[in-house]
Ligand binder design. Structure first.
Ligand SMILES: CC(=O)N[C@H]1[C@@H](OP(=O)(O)OP(=O)(O)OC[C@H]2O[C@@H](n3ccc(=O)[nH]c3=O)[C@H](O)[C@@H]2O)O[C@H](CO)[C@@H](O)[C@@H]1O[C@H](C)C(=O)N[C@@H](C)C(=O)N[C@H](CCC(=O)O)C(=O)O
Ligand SMILES: Nc1ncnc2c1ncn2[C@@H]1O[C@H](COP(=O)(O)OP(=O)(O)OP(=O)(O)O)[C@@H](O)[C@H]1O
Length: 507
């Protein structure tokens, strides 16, 4: 294992302070005081709220061997560098023996569709008899490991530790979801990508990036020559076309509609309205041939995500039919147009749409499949993107018959103020019933109340994320599990003047 002296040599600078055991074998590189152990290198970052060195006492108690920070610790030996976040990735990569170089690592970025595309890349790799790992905001999974992440992309120390686990356990490839926050915070520095994919770009996280231009540049930085062998870019998107022109690595373009793209779809067929929970079918064309994809996951946007995945895989020399077979075998992506099926006569879904682009990808499709009432449960997450709250309300109202506005992890903000914004957007759109039900469980029950065959309810905004923050409290709320209960209860509620058998009274 590397020692403090090795770390100092790697970073090209001396160790200050002490006492120091220069030849002590180090255990790991860690950036959070709450997960430190004996013999760790502690990356103490300056943050917006705290400085990692605020937790030096915890680090000492944990038995940390060395600190890397932008200033010397009071007691612990420290390697002082200008920007600790900038060295965290390369240091963690080196510490773990550059695991990304031993596998084909496929990065996926974009505003919407990152998790879905990463899941499809993973599924396609499985279809081609690969041994892949998946590191996404929905799940981290590989041989001997399946966890639910807190972040879309973890900090660099966790990224490289996870890649090291994948490499050690025999993975040959990885699908890795990369957020724009990760790009700015350098969480994937030191990862050698075989490919980086852009799904699309639309207004999001502007509270963090400031402008669309800065957001674009954060994404574009992931496509640099020293990061990835190849760029895989959607040309159905203005920003994608711009990126395709700008990058200096080989580009593979993909499109749902444009036969001029390297990989594209044709004969895209929506599922029959009565074909329960089946996805689109289409032919995907690549330079190496074509194949039929029969999606099981719902929604037209999944076609774009699947085409992107095929582009990633076939550009890396996987056969198109194996990739198509793997993607077609993917049954569900947690919280992404995920159905609740407990025998009820109406359609009930949980979806992670949380911006206008996601709504426009999903709601018109649900409307087209819903001869009856379309009920949309929405809210907006606090401490981020206040400008999107009214548009989210307005877009839901444009497609729904009933909009139920509820709380959705308000964070440090006033939940009522967030709801008021979303509600104002929905009401301004007119012609639609809008109800405000602060408690999310009650909102779900309100939404399913009285639904019949031909109706659809979609609970939007949280997807598979089961953590919600209310001030200083973190609560667990699983949209899918609670929707199952709400639908079951609705179906078994006594109906006045009818004889009921399960959900039969609603049919
Ligand atoms: C804007 C942003 O991304 N901020 C992240 C950043 O916060 P920060 O720099 O302000 O750090 P800080 O909270 O002041 O803490 C400073 C340092 O002290 C450390 N610390 C802090 C507390 C403690 O008890 N012990 C400890 O060691 C922290 O690990 C950190 O290194 O570094 C922290 C430590 O890693 C992250 O927790 C924090 O994520 C915040 C909470 C967050 O919400 N991030 C979101 C916006 C995010 O990253 N989202 C993207 C996905 C977006 C999407 O596409 O939807 C993601 O990749 O997840
Ligand atoms: N290709 C796409 N185009 C537009 N919208 C999409 C696309 N794929 C998915 N969506 C919408 O975005 C939502 C989130 O999908 P997904 O989790 O795959 O995206 P993400 O980029 O990982 O999101 P996040 O960055 O917030 O984690 C979906 O529930 C759907 O409503």
């Amino acid at each position: 294992m590397p020692t403090p002296a090795d770390v100092a040599a790697f970073l090209g600078t001396a160790i200050t302070g002490g006492p120091i055991e220069r030849r002590r074998p180090l255990r790991d590189v860690v950036d959070d005081s709450r997960t430190l152990g004996p013999g760790d290198v502690y990356m103490a970052f300056p943050g917006t709220h705290r400085h990692g060195l605020d937790f030096e006492d915890d680090a000492r108690r944990a038995g940390v061997a060395l600190v890397v920070s932008d200033r010397a610790a009071a007691h612990l030996p420290t390697v002082v560098v200008d920007d600790p976040r900038a060295v965290a990735g390369p240091l963690a990569a080196w510490f773990h023996g550059h695991p990304s170089r031993e596998m084909r690592v496929h990065g996926v970025t974009g505003t919407n569709g990152k998790s879905s595309t990463a899941a499809m890349v993973h599924a396609g790799l499985l279809g081609a008899d690969g041994r892949p790992g998946l590191l996404s905001g929905v799940e981290i999974t590989g041989p001997g490991i399946t966890t639910t992440p807190v972040r879309t992309t973890p900090e660099a120390a966790v990224v490289h530790r996870t890649l090291a686990h994948f490499a050690r356990t025999g993975c040959d490839s990885v699908a890795l979801e990369v957020s724009s926050h990760a790009a700015v915070h350098r969480r994937v520095d030191g990862v050698a990508f075989a490919s980086m994919t852009l799904t699309n770009l639309s207004p999001e996280h502007l509270d963090f990036h400031g402008t669309m231009e800065a957001y674009f540049r954060a994404k574009a930085s992931l496509f640099a020559q020293d990061r990835t062998e190849r760029a895989v870019v959607s040309v159905d998107d203005d920003h994608g076309r711009r990126l395709a022109r700008a990058v200096r690595v080989p580009v593979v373009t993909h499109s749902v509609t444009d036969p001029g793209a390297d990989v594209y779809a044709s004969e895209v067929r929506a599922p029959d309205a009565d074909a329960d929970h089946r996805g689109h079918r289409f032919t995907v064309h690549t330079a190496g041939g074509e194949a039929e994809i029969r999606l099981q996951v719902l929604g037209p946007h999944q076609v774009a995500d699947a085409v992107a995945a095929v582009a990633v895989l076939t550009a890396d020399d996987l056969p198109v039919d194996a990739a198509a077979e793997g993607i077609s075998a993917l049954r569900t992506i947690s919280g992404r147009c995920e159905p609740v099926s407990v025998g009820q006569p109406f359609t009930a879904l949980v979806d992670y749409m949380h911006n206008v682009a996601g709504q426009l990808a999903t709601l018109p499709f649900l409307r087209s499949r819903t001869p009856g009432r379309l009920v949309v449960v929405i809210g907006a997450t606090g401490d981020r993107d206040p400008a999107k709250r009214r548009p989210i309300g307005a877009t839901a109202a444009a497609w729904a018959d009933l909009v139920v506005v509820t709380d959705e992890s308000p964070g440090t903000e006033d939940p009522a103020a967030i709801r008021a914004e979303v509600r104002a957007g929905a009401e301004a759109a007119g012609h639609v019933q809008v109800l405000e039900v602060p408690d999310r469980d009650s909102a779900l029950r309100t939404a399913v109340s009285g639904l019949r065959r031909g109706d659809t309810v979609v609970v939007a905004g949280r997807g598979s994320d089961r953590r919600q923050v209310f001030g200083d409290k973190v609560i667990h709320f699983d949209d899918h599990a609670r929707l199952v209960i709400a639908v079951e209860d609705e179906c078994s509620a006594p109906a006045i003047g009818t004889i009921q058998i399960g959900c039969a009274r609603r049919t």
